[in-house]
Design a protein around this ligand. Sequence first.
Ligand SMILES: NC(=O)c1ccc[n+]([C@@H]2O[C@H](COP(=O)([O-])OP(=O)(O)OC[C@H]3O[C@@H](n4cnc5c(N)ncnc54)[C@H](OP(=O)(O)O)[C@@H]3O)[C@@H](O)[C@H]2O)c1
Length: 270
Amino acid sequence: MRIPPMSSLKGKWVLITGASSGFGAAAARAFGAEGAKLLLGARRVDRLKRVAAESRKAGAGEALFHELDVSKTPSVEKFISWVREKIGNRRSATGSLHVLINNAGGAHGLDTIVEGKDADWEAMIQSNVLGVLRMTRAALPLMPHDAGACIINIGSVAGHTAYEGGAVYCAAKAGELQITRALRLELLGTGIRVGTVDPGLAETEFSLVRFKGDAASAKKVYAGTHPLTAEDIAEILVWIAGRPSHVNIDELIVKPVDQAAVGKVYRRKL
Ligand SMILES: NC(=O)c1ccc[n+]([C@@H]2O[C@H](COP(=O)([O-])OP(=O)(O)OC[C@H]3O[C@@H](n4cnc5c(N)ncnc54)[C@H](OP(=O)(O)O)[C@@H]3O)[C@@H](O)[C@H]2O)c1
């Protein structure tokens, strides 16, 4: 029996949001190593510059970057205008957007609902939910039909299981999951693939952001356990995008072996 070949990512345009750190930065390097051409967005442009240089070194055909705040529609529109300038407005296999990775997001605070802050709630809904919608709406017209293009959203185990102090982050990632499912239905017949990767405990800047720069609290999250790395997720994203064009990876939950469930983590004595 013939195994269908992996779709080559060489020379294909790949757009990654939240590429300044964590999964997004690792994904930039990993897609770069496949010879893809990268369009990287985030708010910290100095960090994007560094990631772009690392991606070029890894083998990226191009590694371009531009400021992006997915929580603001004008910023998303400006970013997509820049993308159009760079790749042209064609829907051909090489001159259009092949992969969109909606990765920008994160958690803010670990307050219970009764102690919750409006600013934290709004930031989480803005980036994890509305950001995915805004980016998808703006980028979809640049994606070719029937050419193996794909949209991969980054969800979380938090979208599947609620935990104390996580109400809004869990709601946001559950929202991301349902947006992914609705989009797959809406794009039926276009040949554009749609999926979500939902990681568990992964050591990135995620906890530093959640605890507002408190490095000691962030470190505690990973104490004694062996979490996922950003590279673990990046490798999976490349694998998904590289499946043959008729194969859609719908939903993937990825956890470290030390995490049997949300809140059930094995920790070695330090
Ligand atoms: N680490 C985990 O345990 C884990 C588990 C499950 C899911 N996730 C999800 O994985 C995704 C990536 O997180 P990470 O773990 O890699 O954390 P990270 O290292 O903190 O990276 C988050 C990225 O998102 C960007 N971002 C945040 N808000 C943004 C906005 N409004 N506009 C544009 N970019 C924005 C950040 O860039 P700037 O600050 O430069 O804008 C940064 O590049 C997030 O959606 C997160 O919820 C993480």
